[in-house]
Design a protein around this ligand. Structure first.
Ligand SMILES: [Zn+2]
Ligand SMILES: [Zn+2]
Length: 127
């Protein structure tokens, strides 16, 4: 399935995935102002428009990429692996996703709450 940023400079293509999860960790909430809703891929991500992309190492173990033209957050990537969490919003042509789980639920502040029925995993269970 294909996705793209707001301005269209960066496109990503991954295998079809029908589920997504939300991460409530403090880094994701600071990065995107809310929980990161993301599709998890464990295989290669084909990217076009890489010169419009900035990759930022956000921790010792991971990096995050965004479009440096429009600012769209693209993905979280665990270094040294093919584990990517790609922003759900990139894939708006995909008709049906299932909201499967919420991770780092113990880091979620009390001032918001999803009503969807999902699996809820603590930080310890999420790693
Ligand atoms: Zn863009
Ligand atoms: Zn997170």
């Amino acid at each position: 399935m294909k996705g793209n940023c707001l301005c269209g400079n960066v496109t990503v293509e991954i295998e079809d995935i029908n589920t997504f999860e939300a991460c409530h960790c403090g880094m994701c909430r600071r990065w995107g102002s809310g929980p990161l809703m993301a599709v998890h891929s464990n295989s290669k991500v084909a990217i076009t428009g890489q010169k419009s992309m900035t990759v930022y190492q956000s921790s010792e173990w991971a990096e995050r990429a965004f479009c440096n033209h429009c600012g769209t957050n693209l993905y979280y990537h665990k270094l040294g692996s093919e584990t990517y969490a790609l922003s759900l919003g990139l894939f708006q042509d995909h008709p049906d996703f299932n909201f499967e789980s919420q991770i780092f639920i113990d880091k979620k502040p009390d001032y918001y709450e999803f009503a969807n029925v999902t699996k809820k995993l603590t930080q310890q269970q999420s790693d």
